[in-house]
Write a protein that binds this ligand. Sequence first.
Ligand code: SAH
Length: 248
Amino acid sequence: MSGDEPDLARLATARARLEAGATALGLSLDASQLDRFERYAACLREGKRRLSLTALVDPVDVAVKHFLDSLSVCRAIPPGAARVVDVGTGAGFPGVPLKLARPELAVVLLEATGKKAAWVEQSLRELGVEGISVLTARAEDLAHHPAHRAGYDVAVARAVAPLPILCELCCPFLKAGGTFVALKSAAGAAVEVPQAARALEVLDARLRAVDPVNLPDLPNRVLVLIDQVQAVPPMYPRRAGVPAKRPL
Ligand code: SAH
């Protein structure tokens, strides 16, 4: 064991906080699910050394700010939803925790950076999780691919781009009637939601709610819930880089 491994008490605290937080979110994680989260956290510590995948090292911080924060999307997954895409997953957030908590969902993790995507894929293989795939691509390109366009019930994203840009990257993956869930800080949402009004109109989507997560551990987090009313017009997303350069 290397010198910067956390001690056992800290690992036990992290597990307890994750389990209690998940319960507060209406999820019950069994021992084998909690074991997988722990193993994912160990992969992240190892990955951090090599790839700077996450700034967080303390197991309790990882349990709360990565795992529980990601799990807050679960309540926004409508009953009957089957396919979920996580746009800009980075080190696997929120898509990996979502899949660990809700194994029946078919989850696609989309990540533009090949090294990060390869790391997530390798970690999932180590965990033995099936029914989840990692694609190295930009959302602007993949969203025009017939296998992916309008192919998902739910799109999720955390910490990828401001909402007007994010809507253009995520909504084209949704079927009509699908849901886009953006994980944001309350302050970020207060600024970005009004800015996204035009993007929503152009993309034929509608703001449903800004839903506070309401967890003592995550006091300032919200879910921005967006309904895809009809299929997104075919010209969106515009080509790679344009959504960020000239937001709708
Ligand atoms: N969602 C993760 C990672 C956030 S960092 C988390 O919350 O921890 C943002 C990630 O989105 C980066 O890894 C970046 O490579 C990826 N990304 C940014 N723009 C993208 C795009 N247009 N298509 C696909 N991935 C993108």
